[in-house]
Design a protein around this ligand. Sequence first.
Ligand code: IPE
Ligand code: IPE
Ligand code: MG
Length: 249
Amino acid sequence: MSTYLHDLDRGGLPRHVGIVMDGNGRWARQRGLPRTEGHAAGEAAMWDTVVGADALDLEWLTMFAFSTENWNRPKAEVRYLMGFNRGLLRRRRDELHRMNVRVRWLGRRDWRVPRLVLREMEISEELTKDNTGMTLTIAFNYGGRIEVADAVKQLIADHDAGLLKGEKITPESISRRLYHPDMPDPDLIIRTSGEERISNFLLWQAAYSELYFTPVYWPDFDREHLYEAIRDYQKRSRRFGAIAENDSD
Ligand code: IPE
Ligand code: IPE
Ligand code: MG
């Protein structure tokens, strides 16, 4: 089933969509190709999804490109993914800039990230930082647990430096110290490839996200699948622990 832009109800759009781009390896295996060919084929899917999200005037799109656990993959695949993500930014950043998209990197800027990749991320962020269109966040060397641990570490450092000034320790104290405190929680999280798990993506922020799983492998995903997921999202009743508006006695 396809959903086109003109079929979508433009009211009630999610403000922030997160995507776990999964299934590249299986897509390639199915075709008798090396796993890396699956990653390469994922670029077109990513681009179509970004352009489709932009056409929808989505405010925030976050895509999971490399997790803190993905370092456990074979060296050659990790090396390929580093070069691939660097190349992707080099190939696409000018066009993203023309589209008025603000590019950001979400993740840990630690020693494991090759300097050339880090540099590419910083160039893209700097080039697009004043853009006022969609914010495209690339989660790279990202893990939800370490992000929360880093926030707690910061909280303790602020306490020790006497910066808390009576601030009570609340969930907001953690939220304020995440990598991008201004990023709203995702309303909708999509995961491709049939796996139905979070795999350490936006753990803190996903407390009330709607989850959408599709069996489609990432390289086969495109904007119509995104619209289909949004259409599904629009049928849901979000209650945040309360009751539906029209359901009181
Ligand atoms: C997602 O595809 C890309 C990354 C995690 C970097 P996978 O490489 O996980 O593909 P499968 O899950 O093995 O099919
Ligand atoms: C999640 O996919 C990470 C990314 C898409 C970058 P994985 O393929 O690494 O997740 P698991 O291992 O199946 O949980
Ligand atoms: Mg996977």
